[in-house]
Design a protein around this ligand. Structure first.
Ligand code: FAD
Length: 426
């Protein structure tokens, strides 16, 4: 059985490994335009400051580890055409052009940076991060520059800001409304803002109207005022990369992503798709949803890999947000829906906040009209991931919040700990 996977991001790499675990005989190949050995786009901003990007490879998915699993990686290779009738792809790369046949194809082609359509975005000095090679190249170009503007305050914008600050750059962050507006409740955004370093200049409530410059960037126009800069980085999200899927006549959904079922199968029985290029089915409403998150891509990849080699197992929750990052010394965790993403799907919510002053931790818990927990967020100096998993467990078990409170007051937690360790306390 020939399995071809297009893409070496978290979706493609995890699909390959899962396919191998379930089928020791299959011929498994990954085709990727990437030239650097690292799937680590979620950590791509690290490449801005790490000279040797091979240091960033995740061991399990490094090319040598994949080779040990008999998974061949055709790097620096583009799929330029797909033919679903003959189950074949035309590829071109460092080794020339050829045709690759498949029995099962997994598309993990990721997303394309979604840059606002404003004048000046084509000027030298405007950047987007598409892959590791991009980031590494951008890092070299930025080394001679001082003032850098980042547009977009999601995880990737904040991560990139952290790298630039650590490189000593005069860094500005442009935020249309508030930090991580879609993932975080308003008070959580405000809490996060308080924890950012003063050296990062955060401009909230502004949108760029054009990039200014004559031959190269010299600034960004914001509500009629110019903010001078040597470079502008747009970290404004991605849209699904479905060019190859369209050639293969695979069905595309209303949001522009590939339509898939629970096994990650597309409208063509021989083709699966995962990651930023697909529309997932929201587990709360069953409506289509774009969820361009690395951990979601990795979980979906595992499902597609298993299904592509004939496995029947269905992994639940390939469509639930679980994002954790540590940025500027703060753990930021987002689970499931926020009130904003839920409202976008037509679901009204209530939000309960827990502020643990002793631990300097703030938690938001999002419930639907029945009081069922559908999401949560954590901002904490440490142990955020642990709290995040507690929330995830409750979301997955359909918990009603009153029955299973998340955080007891600190003195009660201490008492519980002492009682389980030393026996009852009177
Ligand atoms: C700076 C940055 C920071 C981020 N931080 C986080 C984070 O902290 N946590 C998180 O969960 N997510 C994060 N993300 C998002 C995350 O990186 C993506 O959701 C994830 O990489 C998507 O994985 P994927 O497998 O769908 O595709 P991608 O990782 O985008 O990979 C797409 C692959 O497809 C290949 N490809 C596409 N078309 C072709 C073709 N025609 N021929 C050959 N190859 C092709 C590309 O070469 C590439 O290997 C971040 C993103 C960025 C940009």
């Amino acid at each position: 059985m020939k399995i071809v996977i297009v893409g070496y991001g978290p979706g493609g790499a995890s699909a390959a490994v899962a396919a191998r675990m379930f089928n020791s005989e299959a011929d498994i190949k990954i085709v990727t335009e990437e030239t650097l050995e690292s799937h680590r786009k979620p950590g791509a901003s690290l490449a801005l400051e790490v000279p040797d990007t091979s240091d960033l490879a995740i061991n399990d998915w490094s090319w040598s580890e994949l080779a040990k699993k008999r998974i061949e990686v055709l790097s620096g290779t583009s799929v330029i055409k797909g033919n679903a009738k003959s189950n074949s792809l035309q590829i071109t790369g460092v080794k020339g052009s050829s045709t690759l046949n498949y029995d099962r194809l997994i598309l993990a082609t990721g997303g394309i940076p979604d840059v606002p359509d404003i004048p000046g975005v084509e000027l030298p000095g405007v950047f987007t991060i598409k892959d590791m090679a991009d980031t590494s190249r951008i890092g070299k170009q930025l080394s001679g520059m001082n003032t850098i503007i980042i547009v977009g305050a999601g995880f990737s914008g904040l991560e990139t800001a952290e790298r630039l600050i650590s490189l000593g750059k005069d860094t500005h962050l442009i935020v249309r409304s508030r930090l991580m507006r879609r993932q975080l409740e308003e008070p959580m955004s405000a809490e996060l803002l308080l924890r950012l370093p003063r050296s990062l200049h955060v401009h909230t409530g502004v949108s760029p109207t054009s990039v200014s410059g004559n031959g190269k960037v010299d600034g960004l126009m914001l509500n009629g005022k110019k903010l001078e800069a040597d470079a502008v980085l747009f970290m404004t999200g991605v849209k699904p990369n479905v060019e190859l899927a369209k050639q293969l006549d695979v069905r595309i959904g209303p949001l522009g992503g590939i339509i898939i079922d629970k096994q990650m199968k597309t409208s063509n029985d021989n083709i699966y798709a995962v990651g930023d290029c697909v529309e997932v089915n929201d587990s709360l409403t069953n409506k289509p949803l774009l969820l361009p998150v690395g951990s979601v891509a990795a979980r979906a990849g595992r499902q597609a890999g298993v299904a592509a080699v004939g496995g029947k197992k269905i992994y639940e929750d390939t469509s639930k947000r679980l994002q954790y990052d540590r940025i500027f010394g703060t753990d930021i965790v987002c689970i499931g829906h926020s009130s904003t993403t839920a409202l976008n799907m037509g679901v009204k919510t209530s939000v309960q906040y827990i502020h643990d002053d002793a631990e300097f931790t703030k938690v938001a818990l999002v419930t639907d009209h029945k009081g069922q927990l559908i999401g949560g967020q954590v901002i904490a100096p440490r142990m955020g991931a642990r709290l995040g998993y507690e929330i995830l467990e409750r979301v997955e078990s359909g918990a009603i919040l009153q029955d299973k409170p998340l955080l007891k007051p600190r003195h009660e937690r201490l008492r519980d700990y002492l009682e389980t360790t030393y026996g009852p306390i009177r």
